[in-house]
Design a protein around this ligand. Structure first.
Ligand code: ADP
Ligand code: MG
Length: 269
């Protein structure tokens, strides 16, 4: 790892292996409204972090900052030991060039609440599109990979279908396969089951659970507390743009210390 303007080595871990994600004192404002208020968070490689918090607490904004979709006003984020976005120290401002940002974004998969599949592409091409567009794979290579990934999410026989022909649960599984196609180091999920009919939630959680046990680094915003208890290594509770409580599920979910966490859990459980 080099130490030039766009790349630094994470120093906060004692081991040589950098954190998968390191968020340091991130502040984000929208107009006069403070949405992230000094968030710091470390995600170790191969772990699952679940982010909880009521609507408007800043969960989506935090994920979007991790993926360069939003720029923080202050603080910084490292992915795999590489600094991303903006760093502001003593008035100095460093920004990555757009190309470097795109390259880093390819290392992070993002699964949205509403799937966001390309409606005019087949399921297979939805999954194959990004590796071709970024020049990583030829079209036949990308299609072979896409077929493998569709099999992995239980949709090996639906590659020729269009998104509208699938159920919401199947569309979300395609979206997960699409996120995997860039072989990201980290996958971010923003309420991946919130838009689904209740009977379709299980099939999507089961695919995410497989990724978790396979050692992929995951950050998941969800209100599925049972799922969080089962898969999370770390649960983070966000309230008004601050992390007010954080720890293993047995601690945060079963013995919450903060009144806001207790109040939240009493409503969703
Ligand atoms: P959550 O995902 O926890 O529901 P969000 O991160 O979406 O919360 O939003 C946190 C706050 O920031 C909300 O008050 C929301 O209205 C506001 N917000 C989010 N995105 C924008 C934006 N692009 N412009 C202005 N306000 C925004
Ligand atoms: Mg949200």
């Amino acid at each position: 790892m080099t130490g030039n303007a766009s790349t630094v080595t994470a120093t906060s871990t004692a081991t040589a292996r950098p954190a998968a994600i390191e968020v340091h004192d991130v502040h984000k404002w929208f107009g006069g409204r403070r949405v992230l208020d000094g968030v710091s968070l470390t995600v170790e490689p191969g772990t699952v972090t679940v982010i909880l918090g009521r609507s408007g607490s800043g969960k989506s904004t935090l994920l979007r900052v991790l993926n360069h979709l939003e720029k923080p006003e202050a603080g910084h984020v490292s992915i795999g030991g590489e600094l991303i976005g903006v760093q502001r120290h003593g008035g100095r401002l460093k920004e990555l060039r757009e190309r470097a940002i795109l390259a880093q974004r390819g290392r992070i998969g993002f699964v949205f609440q509403n799937f966001n599949l390309f409606p005019h592409l087949t399921v297979l091409d939805n999954v194959a599109a990004a590796p071709v567009a970024t020049g990583r794979l030829s079209r036949p290579q990308a299609q072979a990979l896409a077929q493998d990934l569709l099999r992995r999410v239980g949709l090996g026989d639906r590659g020729g279908a269009y998104p509208r022909q699938l159920s919401g649960g199947q569309q979300q599984r395609v979206a997960i396969a699409r996120a995997l196609a860039l072989r990201p180091g980290v996958i971010l999920f923003d309420e991946p089951t919130s838009a689904l009919d209740p009977e379709l939630v299980g099939e999507v959680l089961s695919v995410i659970k497989d990724l978790a046990t396979g050692g992929t680094t995951l950050v998941i915003v969800t209100h599925e507390i049972g799922f969080a208890r089962e898969v999370a290594d770390e649960v983070v509770f966000l309230h008004e743009g601050r992390i007010v409580e954080q720890g293993p599920p047995a601690q945060v979910l079963d013995h919450p210390a903060h009144p806001r966490t207790r109040e939240f859990l009493s409503k969703v459980l």
